[in-house]
Design a protein around this ligand. Sequence first.
Ligand SMILES: Cc1ncc(COP(=O)(O)O)c(C=O)c1O
Length: 395
Amino acid sequence: MSLRYHRFDPSACGFPRPKVPVLAPLTAEQLTSKASLPRRQPWHFARGRYALRAAYEFAGVGPRGGLLAPAYHCRTMLDPALRLGGEVMPYRLTADLQADLDGLRRAAKACSTPPRALLFTHFFGLPRDIAPVADWCRSQDIVLIEDCSHALVLAPAVRTPASSSPRIGDTGRYAVSSPYKFFPCPDGGTLWSNDAALPRGEMAAPGLVAELRGLREALQQLCVRRDPPRLEAIEPQLQALDENPRHTGRDWTDPGGATSAEYDPASETASSLRVSRWIQRHTDVSMMVQRRRSRYRQWADAVALLPGCRALFPALPADCTPYMFPLLVDDPPRSFFPLKHLGVPIWRWDDMAVSDCPVSQRYRQGVFHLPCHQALTDQDMAWMTAAVARVMRGT
Ligand SMILES: Cc1ncc(COP(=O)(O)O)c(C=O)c1O
């Protein structure tokens, strides 16, 4: 069965650039002289999507093997399976983004090719309950691929054996992560296996020009002084918007089957930049963890009493590092457009495969991904939370 996509194109809206970076830029205070990660690491790719492609291929996804994928997703989670010629079948999720086991069974039955792999995602870096899904996969002889793209997973060699429940990244036969979502580095995607040695792959090291470009990008971030966003600008900007209502974008459904523009086949076997790995080894990880957790809690407190929205996960479990703060809003157009016009950094997965999952349909436009990274300043947080409060209250 071929996919169709719900799509959203904001290009006619004229949104300004976000006033606060969505991902952490490199700043001097994040660097430490001690190497905090070991040099031995899993396979390194330029992005998690290319690590996923390798995992799907090892699992047998292709013209004769399908992929079960969470119905709430971004395109780059599906692209690698489409690129391999595999059928993709979205499975339902519950409101707290756990896999719905009945939905999984139904998705497996609906596949016209036998499903070979299941992608399980720890959304926003919060551990989702993987054990029942792992049991089900074993019973069906389906390869479990653990998507830790939103999670901070340190290399297996540095993890301590202390914890009792399985830690994020320890369960899937294959697991992938996206270091660039946490570390202030230009690229990165990793792949490891928990129960088999990875086959030997042919990876191409980036050339000197690419390394120099990555280094320049990092140095530019180190040198840039960003003007803090101004609280007092919120009111006049909203007033101007009221007086000149803007375009609200285009929302439509497309036939699918092709990979998205974010997938570059030429990068499939490129390894990540050395400069990215150097930055990862020299990032102060404990500061990153502590700051992200604290910014996440700050968001949860700031939205707790606001009308028209709520934290998707108000409580942050111990032992995890959040990637972003997901805010669920009741009436997405009413808040999305003014916030984006103010320059609030919001990501959404509004380009998503059509499925029968009501949760994913609602979250497609209704969940705003807001930054909680370690490079946010107190002023950034004060401005973002004030903008959200002002827009949600409507006065
Ligand atoms: C949950 C999830 N998995 C996988 C990916 C692909 O990761 P990458 O951006 O490193 O290619 C993404 C991309 O944002 C993602 O959000």
